[in-house]
Design a protein around this ligand. Structure first.
Ligand code: MN
Length: 162
C-alpha cells in the first residue's frame, strides 16, 4: 500500500472524527506476540522525496502503548488528542493534548494511552532513519533500576493524571 500522501492533491480533508484524512491509509500495527506494542495505528501524513523529514499521526487506543525502543534518529512529537504517559530516557511524564515532546537520539522511549481515552500524536522524523533497537534483558534491568520507570513498565505509573 502506498503510504505517501498524493502530491497532486493539495488538500486532504479530515474525516468526520477529525483524526483521519481523505486518501491517507490508516495502517494498523499488527498485534505482536511479544507484546511490544498494543492497539496503535499509523497514518503517514507527509512524505515526499523532496523533504528530509516525514510527519506521521499515531493513535493508541485506551490502555495501549507504543514499542519501547531507541534509535539514533530523533522524534518531535505533538500530542493532538487524549492523555497518557511517556517514558523518555529515565523520565516518566504525564502528557496531554498540545504538549510537545522531544525524544533525543539513542534514548529509550515509549508512549502509553490512559485507560479512558485514545492518545493521538503527530510525530516528525528523518525520512532516512536507522532501525529501532529493542531493549535486551540487561537494558530492561537497567531501566527498571529507576523506580518511576519500573512502575511505568509495569503499567502503574506513579504520577497521577491531572
Ligand atoms: Mn521511536
Amino acid at each position: 500500500m502506498d503510504q505517501r500522501t498524493n502530491p497532486e492533491r493539495v488538500v486532504h480533508r479530515r474525516a468526520q472524527d477529525g483524526y483521519q484524512w481523505e486518501a491517507v491509509a490508516r495502517l494498523p500495527y499488527k498485534e505482536d506476540d511479544r507484546a511490544l506494542f498494543r492497539s496503535i495505528t499509523r497514518q503517514v501524513l507527509f512524505s515526499d522525496p523532496q523533504m528530509a523529514s516525514e510527519l506521521r499521526y499515531f493513535e493508541i487506543e485506551p490502555g495501549g502503548f507504543s514499542t519501547l525502543e531507541r534509535h539514533v534518529h530523533m522524534h518531535a512529537v505533538l500530542i493532538l488528542r487524549g492523555r497518557g504517559h511517556c517514558l523518555v530516557g529515565t523520565e516518566v511524564r504525564v502528557v496531554g493534548t498540545r504538549d510537545l515532546i522531544t525524544v533525543p537520539p539513542s534514548t529509550w522511549h515509549q508512549f502509553r494511552a490512559t485507560a479512558g481515552e485514545p492518545l493521538g500524536f503527530l510525530c516528525m522524523v528523518d525520512a532516512a532513519r536507522d532501525k529501532p533497537q529493542l531493549p535486551t534483558g540487561q537494558d530492561l534491568a537497567a531501566l527498571a533500576a529507576h523506580p518511576a520507570v519500573a512502575a511505568f513498565l509495569e503499567n502503574r505509573p506513579n504520577q497521577p493524571l491531572p
